[in-house]
Design a protein around this ligand. Structure first.
Ligand SMILES: Cc1cc2nc3c(=O)[nH]c(=O)nc-3n(C[C@H](O)[C@H](O)[C@H](O)COP(=O)(O)OP(=O)(O)OC[C@H]3O[C@@H](n4cnc5c(N)ncnc54)[C@H](O)[C@@H]3O)c2cc1C
Length: 377
């Protein structure tokens, strides 16, 4: 590091932290990004279903679906090098226990302007009509998480953002209007000073707050498993999502040439919440120590009811991660973002992204924040 004083320090080198740091570099001469892993974008930004949402997923949250529509176009333009579009995408509506009927789903897509049409016969034939009310062709893509990381690294270099890997932030302290950021790096404790600190640590945001004696933000965490599977030939270039409730999606995962299987009922193994005023369970420590017994057999058994040929898939391994959402997302399955200065410490800002493409909403918040705080450009 050239300097021990920074205009802004960003904690967490996932997609959000990297993009936040890059944006901040426009306003501050020195920006430092600190990441605890040995490379950028190894956690939730890699271990996810890689769907570039276009709104279809959120029939119960109009705002989230409309934001997705806007952000979809922007994402596929600005990150085209990592977007994989060459597959057929269908959404099928379950006959039983779906919170949305086929007619409602179609009406909702028309309302938000998301392209939708009847699925071709050969796609319908993949699904069991006893369990599926209707099947729609949609326009949705996936991204290659490894290629996204490469793009992000090039852009960080172009913007001259400094970053330090293997740098685990332990806590924050205040001296006047400056914040001292204490982090462990290769066995040593180091400290830098910053005017602003952005905590983009996803499931670990409260870990940093807790160790800094700052109030926790209410959050819900799920210990999540997604199976990586090698699907049979007829499913190879397809992405199929069963809506709307305790169902599943099987989507291409380009970085591995496999498919992910994410099941609403079996992907979360257990969950817990962070509640202000109560104790704190360290999400990262829990992630390291929690038992990992795959629920793949349950996932595939249920998926086979809807897509009989999926039973011939080969299980390869599972991707595990702590998935973090805001409690209010529980009600309508929405994925709003969090951009919140800490109470009484307004130069420490917590950022939680709901989906990859929501990053543009965060960038907008940063611009507003910079303007309203008179940060010098
Ligand atoms: C199972 C699952 C499926 C998902 N599917 C999708 C999908 O299909 N489409 C979609 O758009 N979104 C999906 N998401 C959501 C998406 O993955 C997240 O919204 C996004 O990756 C969050 O990015 P991030 O940078 O905030 O988090 P992360 O990528 O987790 O980055 C946080 C970083 O902070 C680092 N860190 C933590 N604590 C510290 C510390 N104290 N010091 C230094 N560094 C620290 C971590 O190592 C990590 O690299 C899914 C998420 C999960 C878990």
């Amino acid at each position: 590091m050239q300097s021990e004083k920074f205009g802004a320090v960003v904690i967490g080198g996932g997609f959000y932290g990297c993009e936040v740091a890059r944006e901040l570099k426009q306003y501050f001469e020195n920006v430092l990004l600190l990441e605890s892993e040995s490379d950028l974008m190894q956690r939730a930004s890699y271990r996810n279903q890689a769907r570039v949402h276009q709104g279809y997923h959120y029939p119960r949250s109009l705002l989230t679906s409309l934001r997705s529509r806007v952000n979809f176009s922007r994402f596929i333009n600005e990150y085209k090098g990592c977007v994989y579009s060459e597959f057929e995408k269908v959404y099928a509506i379950a006959r039983s226990f779906s919170k949305t009927s086929a007619a409602q789903f179609k009406g909702f897509c028309d309302r938000i302007g998301a392209p939708i049409g009847p699925a071709a016969d050969e796609l319908r034939a993949l699904l069991n009509p006893h369990h599926v009310e209707d099947v729609f062709s949609v326009l949705e893509y996936v991204f290659d998480s490894a290629k996204l990381k490469d793009i992000v690294k090039v852009r960080l270099a172009e913007a001259a953002v400094e970053y330090e890997l293997n740098a685990m932030v332990e806590r924050l302290r205040y001296v006047g209007d400056q914040c001292r950021v204490e982090f462990r790096h290769r066995g040593e404790i180091r400290e830098v000073e910053a005017r602003y600190v952005f905590i983009c640590a996803y499931s670990h945001i409260n870990g940093v707050l807790w160790r800094s004696d700052l109030p926790l933000i209410p959050m819900k965490h799920e210990f999540a498993e997604m199976a990586l599977i090698d699907v049979p030939e007829e499913l190879k270039n397809k992405g199929i999502t069963i809506m709307d409730g305790p169902f599943f999606a099987v989507m291409p995962f380009p970085d591995r040439g496999l498919h992910t299987l994410h099941h609403v009922r079996y992907t979360p193994h257990h969950w817990w919440t962070d509640t202000p005023g109560e104790g704190y369970l360290d999400a990262h420590k829990h992630f390291e120590s929690a038992p990992r017994e795959t629920q793949y057999e349950h996932m595939i058994r249920d998926a086979t009811r809807f897509i009989p040929s999926i039973s011939r898939s080969k299980y390869v391994e599972s991707l595990w991660e702590v998935k973090t959402i805001l409690p209010r997302s529980e009600v309508d399955d929405s994925r709003p973002i969090l951009f919140r200065p800490v109470d009484k410490v307004p130069n420490v800002i917590c950022v939680l992204g709901g989906k990859i493409d929501n990053v543009f909403d965060v960038i907008d918040y940063i611009r507003e924040f910079v303007e309203s705080n008179g940060v010098k450009i």
